[in-house]
Design a binder for this molecule. Structure first.
Ligand code: THU
Length: 129
């Protein structure tokens, strides 16, 4: 199965509707394409103890890894204003896929930008150390 960018962006925009974000009111959705051709999604899940909040990107990564996926190819991330992934998520993505392609979109799934994780996280700390 080949999943194109548009399908991945639409999956991320759909996932954002599951966001639990009563504190920030900011919905984020992520859709991760793996080497096996499957797509794993995630949304941000907040908590009354704010620091326990988890971002959409990390939910998607943990979903994929916990289902046995070994290779992460690309991730689409959708939110209002097509926000870029936070530093913590860049680090977690790097752990599993330094060569990941990161596709940004708005909350309707419209393409905004495409970046290589290498450029979003220069001089990374990783498993090699
Ligand atoms: N958020 C994400 O889901 N991904 C990011 O990369 C940045 C921030 C979420 C966390 C929180 O629920 C809300 O956006 C506001 O920070």
């Amino acid at each position: 199965m080949s999943v194109d960018q548009t399908a991945l962006l639409n999956a991320a925009a759909d996932a954002a509707w599951h966001a639990y974000s009563p504190y920030s009111r900011f919905r984020v959705g992520a859709a991760l394409l793996t080497g096996s051709g499957k797509v794993f999604t995630g949304c941000n899940v907040e908590n009354a103890s704010y620091g326990l909040t988890i971002c959409a990107e990390r939910v998607a990564v943990f979903n994929a890894i916990s289902e046995g996926e070994k290779e992460l190819l690309s991730i689409a991330i959708c939110s209002d204003g097509a926000a870029y992934p936070c530093g913590a998520c860049r680090q977690v993505l790097h752990e599993f896929s330094p060569g990941l392609v990161v596709i940004l979109g708005d909350s309707a799934g419209n393409h905004s930008d495409q970046q290589n994780l290498k450029d979003l996280l220069p001089d990374p700390f990783g498993p090699g150390f």
